[in-house]
Design a binder for this molecule. Structure first.
Ligand SMILES: Nc1ncnc2c1ncn2[C@@H]1O[C@H](COP(=O)(O)OP(=O)(O)OP(=O)(O)O)[C@@H](O)[C@H]1O
Length: 219
């Protein structure tokens, strides 16, 4: 069974066709990279895959189950789309603990491991509001991976990170893939996509086009 199937998906808001007949089949244990100019529809596609918006037409299946019919959200998903709602007066650990308790039982040990994995200190007593942009981004990645999800949907996971942070996130994503996760990543950093992705897509004005074929035309 495929990890994700997007079948004739379109999304219209007002008169604007934001996603235009998107079709793609994603297999388990692979990394899929998405390029596209600002406003091309990457985030909207990711939102649709996570069940956060309903397509105007078409359907999305996760592990064979249709979103908004069989399930509301993918059953095992880690998401980083825009800035997650962290609480400014909690520490990094406290933030993930609250999110973990909302989702399902994740042990304190697993939360600590995922915080360490992104290069942060789970014992750090600083509250989130004192975190730098890069630290916030790292915590957001820890949040996405802490459940060891089958599906990881990451919109610009490296954009606020220094070189070392970018390297670390790439390593983490390759490990997640080894574990069997299916990973969708949108990045303006072409190296991220080149290094990580097993398959690359380009989104242009809401349409999905094979990355290689269109490269010269679009960039
Ligand atoms: N709630 C909304 N209502 C109306 N239009 C929207 C809404 N959300 C997004 N759009 C429009 O949909 C289009 C695609 O937006 P999207 O955020 O998916 O782009 P993107 O490819 O992720 O861009 P970026 O690289 O800047 O993150 C844009 O033209 C945007 O203005």
């Amino acid at each position: 069974m495929n990890a994700v199937e997007v079948i004739h998906v379109s999304k219209k808001i007002g008169d604007k066709e934001i996603l235009n007949n998107i079709n793609m089949i994603l297999e388990h244990g692979k990394i899929y990279g998405f390029f596209g100019r600002n406003g091309s529809g990457k985030t909207m596609l990711f939102r649709a895959v996570c069940g956060l918006i309903k397509p105007t037409s078409g359907e999305i299946k996760i592990n064979g189950k249709t979103l908004h019919r069989d399930i509301s959200f993918p059953e095992s998903v880690g998401v980083l789309i825009e800035s997650p709602g962290f609480w400014s007066h909690y520490t990094g650990f406290e933030n993930l603990k609250v999110l973990a308790s909302i989702k399902q039982q994740i042990s304190a040990e697993d939360i600590k491991k995922s915080i360490e994995r992104v290069g942060l200190d789970p014992e750090d007593q600083r509250t989130f509001k004192k975190y730098s942009l890069g630290m916030k981004q790292r915590l957001a990645i820890a949040q996405a991976i802490m459940e060891k999800p089958d599906l990881l949907v990451l919109d610009e996971p490296t954009n606020a990170l220094d070189e070392e942070g970018v390297e670390l996130v790439r390593e983490i994503l390759l490990e997640e893939k080894e574990r069997g996760a299916t990973i969708l990543i949108a990045s303006h950093n072409k190296d991220d996509i080149e290094i990580l992705a097993d398959e690359k897509f380009q989104i242009h004005e809401g349409k999905l086009i094979p990355f290689k074929d269109q490269r010269k035309d679009i960039q």
